[in-house]
Ligand binder design. Structure first.
Ligand code: GDP
Ligand code: MG
Length: 222
């Protein structure tokens, strides 16, 4: 016989996610979980964003990779604090790993923490880390059908960055219908904010930066 005690038992990941959320809320730190396929431009976007906003908001980074600290090296060059997590084979970051990383960041001085999750569009979207919101990145080289093929991440994200738009200008190098991708993402998620960017040239990045500044301001009540 099943007895319903009206209480759901949290998974270990959910427990850590809850702890992380409390930790971040107490300190009024905005925390974004960036998810995409490998190579869509997450690290490049981060480097450009940190450099552009250096004098306005303090940003810390948690880097998740299966192996190496190559991305952390690139972030370190901006002088932003960064912690690298190597998942040693796991296809996503866990909330426990993020908990450890949070304790290693100088959180007293941060307005924003961006987590670069392990590159793939599937597993990371299923694991809450305690973040304020998810950011999906889709580069135009991956095809405009990805929102319909991998709906979970697009349905759960606050923002979609359509990156590498500079490639659309190189003759007919890539076919990608930006309007189709936007419409499909909005069908899954009415409120999603979408910015078309090139982290290489900087085109379109200002809209994303302004969105970030506004979120930090709202959270800190300034
Ligand atoms: N053309 C172009 N290349 C880009 C852009 N953003 C990133 N890249 C390149 O794409 C490759 C993968 O970028 P990276 O930031 O490492 O992607 P990640 O794996 O998502 O972190 C690198 O060679 C970048 O220089 C962009 O907007 N346009
Ligand atoms: Mg990267």
């Amino acid at each position: 016989m099943k007895v319903n005690v009206g209480k759901r038992i949290l998974s270990a990941n959910e427990e850590y996610a809850l702890k992380n959320r409390q930790f971040l809320t107490e300190r009024k730190i905005l925390c974004l979980n960036m998810i995409s396929s490998p190579g869509s431009g997450k690290t490049t976007i981060l480097v450009r964003t940190i450099n552009a906003l250096k004098n306005e908001i303090t940003i810390g980074v948690i880097e998740g990779d299966i192996q190496t600290d190559l991305d952390a090296e690139k972030i370190r060059a901006t002088e932003a604090p960064v912690v690298q997590i190597e998942t040693k084979g796991a296809c996503h970051l866990s909330a426990a790993q993020v908990n450890t990383a949070l304790n290693r960041l100088p959180t007293d001085n941060l307005d924003l923490i961006i987590i670069e999750n392990v590159g793939n569009l599937v597993c990371p979207s299923a694991f809450e880390l305690g973040e304020t919101g998810k950011i999906a990145v889709l580069s135009v080289a991956e095809g405009d059908d990805k929102p319909v093929k991998y709906p979970a991440i697009f349905a759960r994200s606050k923002v979609l960055l359509i990156n590498k738009t500079d490639l659309l200008k190189v003759g007919a190098a890539v076919d990608f219908d930006i309007e189709r991708a936007k419409a499909d993402a909005r069908k899954l998620n009415k409120g999603i904010e979408i910015f078309a960017t090139s982290a290489k040239t900087g085109e379109g990045m200002a809209g994303w930066h302004n969105w970030l500044k506004k979120q930090v301001k709202n959270l800190q009540g300034a």
